[in-house]
Design a protein around this ligand. Structure first.
Ligand SMILES: *[C@@H]1O[C@H](CO)[C@@H](O)[C@H](O)[C@H]1NC(C)=O
Ligand SMILES: *[C@@H]1O[C@H](CO)[C@@H](O)[C@H](O)[C@H]1NC(C)=O
Ligand SMILES: *[C@@H]1O[C@H](CO)[C@@H](O)[C@H](O)[C@H]1NC(C)=O
Ligand SMILES: *[C@@H]1O[C@H](CO)[C@@H](O)[C@H](O)[C@H]1NC(C)=O
Ligand SMILES: *[C@@H]1O[C@H](CO)[C@@H](O)[C@H](O)[C@H]1NC(C)=O
Ligand SMILES: *[C@@H]1O[C@H](CO)[C@@H](O)[C@H](O)[C@H]1NC(C)=O
Ligand SMILES: *[C@@H]1O[C@H](CO)[C@@H](O)[C@H](O)[C@H]1NC(C)=O
Ligand SMILES: *[C@@H]1O[C@H](CO)[C@@H](O)[C@H](O)[C@H]1NC(C)=O
Ligand SMILES: *[C@@H]1O[C@H](CO)[C@@H](O)[C@H](O)[C@H]1NC(C)=O
Ligand SMILES: *[C@@H]1O[C@H](CO)[C@@H](O)[C@H](O)[C@H]1NC(C)=O
Ligand SMILES: *[C@@H]1O[C@H](CO)[C@@H](O)[C@H](O)[C@H]1NC(C)=O
Length: 579
């Protein structure tokens, strides 16, 4: 990330003519995109003296297919892995209608004899290997998220994924039109030591279990912490006291910028206090010998919850195959933990750079930037320049949700199953891109906006930061990583967005078991007055049961949360229930 991004081009004095000579020698020919021999970021040249050009690699909305609506059958196991101590798995079956993906719903040849029901699909899910039927059932056309149970005692645990196929046909049409889709199920031997992390493929969150988990149960994990430096923190000989101080702030996770060889005592301390960590492979993720060595060192740790392979591979224009190669090796050596990739670019080869990830982290550092003119002395726009926050608007905190929406749109446009998202908050300044640190209020607003737009983890760049920002992160982490809030953000469904009049006010809600969590953010830098109304899904008898975060004094009036003035950058979490 930034520490590595400082190093961009080893010969800053070289002029384009000299660059062309180097190009002949093959410099940077491993990079993707256009003009790979020029210094670029996100596919764009950023130094003066080069012409602007189309960087390529944009993901664009698909054009509707003739014959739409299409029936888009997709399925996945509910969780990314099951253990042989578990008795039952589930499959999620989506039978959604799409303008872009799938096969035409019913063709002119489809017959519906007798009792045929064209609104229902009859399907089976079978093992590819030997046709064992795991599920035989029906699902409504134009429905998503239906769950079907599987008795795991019929399968043999294995370290490799079990390939499965779904075959479906309109109920009673005599098999004239069929749909197929493939997926895989991970049913692993129980792990005798260390941790296990599952991804909830329905709602996106992580579930974590280690020796410290009460009753040996998986618990929702909303990881909230910092990328953490070796220099001046983990590499000091008093690092355990400093790690304890970090945990005492209220943070529950860390992404240490170091490896076992250099910091074994620090990792052992994190295991001991159950401070979850994401293990950093970025410096050597293209070197599979390094990846192997590190995975073998880390995979049985108590506190590991994920690996982090590529750092901004899209920014660096890394070869597309590299993150995938690291991913495949990590899953082979350790199928018990997911792999995360950090993306920096707003729209550069999303499909390729997200392919090697279970978790996508978004680097959006919008505070204190000049979004239109860079320190290098060029303009920044869709075809030129690097202003520290790719194609950001300069609207401050609101660039964060915009980027998370972009990533979700690319997945939708490409017909991909959505991956778990994490946001990387900004908690630094400098390097000629970022004129100042965010304020605590901006920090809270960026985090709350990220949650509203689907983030389920926060990894902030970078610790040590100022004490005030460390405390601000800890204060919010204490609330959103713990019950009751985490039961909504990770244990519950995905955020339902709420339209609020006035533009900059952003709201979403989550529902679990008849209770509702509402998160409201003023994403603007001025107070919003004249009565702010947030429509919420209240059932009879519901009222405000608690305000876990924020000082805004909401009233519940006629199915709306109401306040007369919502201060600039205000953030609130409100829980509604029958009291
Ligand atoms: C309908 O069936 C005919 C004859 O089997 C075939 O040639 C044609 O492609 C089918 N049309 C569609 C839309 O599937
Ligand atoms: C599919 O479902 C949506 C929402 O549930 C509904 O608005 C739409 O009309 C349905 N489409 C068809 C073709 O039934
Ligand atoms: C089918 O394959 C699965 C996975 O290898 C195995 O667990 C199961 O016993 C097999 N069933 C039959 C009937 O061969
Ligand atoms: C398809 O429809 C025709 C006409 O109803 C029927 O004769 C035939 O058995 C059906 N099934 C297949 C697999 O072609
Ligand atoms: C964890 O368990 C595995 C399998 O039993 C074993 O090979 C490995 O050495 C253990 N690791 C540690 C750190 O105890
Ligand atoms: C920390 O390391 C320095 C240099 O190695 C040493 O002088 C100092 O005594 C150490 N302090 C502690 C508390 O171990
Ligand atoms: C170690 O760090 C803690 C907290 O950061 C500090 O209070 C303590 O004095 C330090 N001890 C040494 C020996 O440096
Ligand atoms: C790859 O990693 C291995 C193991 O850490 C190391 O010995 C080797 O020098 C690395 N290769 C390169 C090209 O950096
Ligand atoms: C960005 O930099 C340009 C050139 O120095 C300057 O004209 C412009 O006012 C700056 N914009 C902001 C928002 O600082
Ligand atoms: C970006 O800025 C450069 C330099 O001003 C200009 O030539 C180019 O057309 C701009 N690109 C876009 C997409 O506006
Ligand atoms: C840059 O962002 C603007 C909106 O802020 C968007 O219209 C444009 O498409 C983006 N550029 C690219 C290359 O996606």
């Amino acid at each position: 990330m930034q520490s590595s991004r400082v190093w961009r081009w080893p010969w800053p004095g070289l002029l384009p003519t000299a660059l062309l000579l180097l190009a002949v020698a093959g410099v940077n020919c491993q990079e993707t995109g256009n003009h790979p021999d020029w210094p670029r970021w996100c596919g764009k040249v950023y130094q003066p003296g080069y012409p602007s050009f189309d960087p390529g690699g944009q993901t664009v909305p698909p054009t509707p297919v003739a014959g739409a609506p299409l029936l888009n059958i997709q399925f996945k196991p509910r969780y990314s892995l099951y253990l042989d101590s578990e008795k039952q798995a589930e499959f999620i079956v989506d039978a959604g209608l799409s303008q872009f993906h799938g096969q035409p719903l019913w063709t002119s040849n489809t017959t519906f004899p007798g009792r045929a029901n064209k609104n229902t699909l009859t399907f089976s899910i079978q093992l590819v290997e030997n046709d064992t039927v795991l599920v035989a059932d029906t699902v409504a056309v134009n429905s998503t998220g239906s769950l079907f149970a599987v008795d795991l005692s019929r399968l043999t645990p294995s370290l490799s994924p079990i390939q499965v196929i779904l075959r479906g046909a309109p109920a009673g049409n005599n098999g004239n039109q069929t749909w197929t889709a493939t997926s895989s199920l991970l049913y692993l031997p129980e792990k005798s030591n260390g941790s296990v992390t599952k991804i909830d493929n329905l709602h996106g969150g992580l579930l974590f279990r280690n020796a410290a988990s009460p009753g040996g149960r998986f618990e929702p994990l909303l990881a909230y912490g910092f990328f953490s430096s070796y220099d001046g923190f983990l590499g000091t000989n008093n690092s355990t006291a400093a790690i304890q101080h970090y945990a005492d702030l209220g943070l529950n996770a860390m992404t240490p910028l170091t490896i076992y060889r250099d910091s074994a005592a620090a990792f052992a301390y994190m295991d001991g206090i159950n401070l979850k960590f994401m293990y950093d492979l970025r410096e050597g993720y293209k070197n599979l010998t390094h990846v192997r060595e590190q995975a073998l060192a880390a995979r049985d740790a108590e506190a590991i919850f994920a690996y982090w392979s590529a750092d901004e591979p899209d920014g660096w224009q890394d070869p597309f195959a590299q993150p995938v190669a690291a991913y495949d090796l990590l899953h082979e050596l350790d199928p018990y933990h997911p792999v995360a990739v950090v993306l920096n670019c707003q729209n550069y080869h999303f499909a390729e750079y997200s392919a090697g990830a279970d978790i996508l982290m978004a680097d959006v550092y919008p505070i204190g930037i000049n979004a239109t003119w860079s320190k290098w002395g060029t303009a920044c726009n869709a075809t030129l320049g690097d202003c520290g926050c790719d194609n950001c608007s300069g609207a401050g905190v609101r660039d964060v949700p915009a980027r998370l929406d972009d990533l979700a749109n690319y997945e939708r446009w490409l017909g991909l199953w959505p991956k778990t998202k994490m946001h990387c908050p900004q908690s630094f300044h400098g390097e000629g891109y970022w004129g100042r640190d965010p304020t605590p209020d901006e920090e809270y607003a960026m985090t709350a906006l990220a949650l509203n737009h689907g983030a389920q983890g926060l990894v902030s760049w970078v610790y040590p930061t100022s004490e005030v920002l460390g405390e601000a992160h800890g204060a919010m982490a204490r609330v959103v990583t713990a019950a009751p809030v985490v039961e909504f953000l990770v244990g519950g469904d995905r955020p339902h967005r709420v339209d609020v009049e006035g533009g900059v006010v952003d709201a979403a809600y989550w529902v679990v078991g008849g209770r509702v969590l509402v998160c409201v953010v003023n994403g603007g830098y001025v107070d919003v007055g004249g009565r702010v109304e947030v429509p919420v899904p209240v059932a009879g008898g519901m009222s405000i049961a608690g305000t876990p975060w924020g000082n805004v004094k909401w009233r519940l009036e006629g199915g709306k949360l109401v306040v007369d003035v919502l201060p600039a950058l205000a953030t609130s979490l409100v829980i509604l229930e029958v009291v």
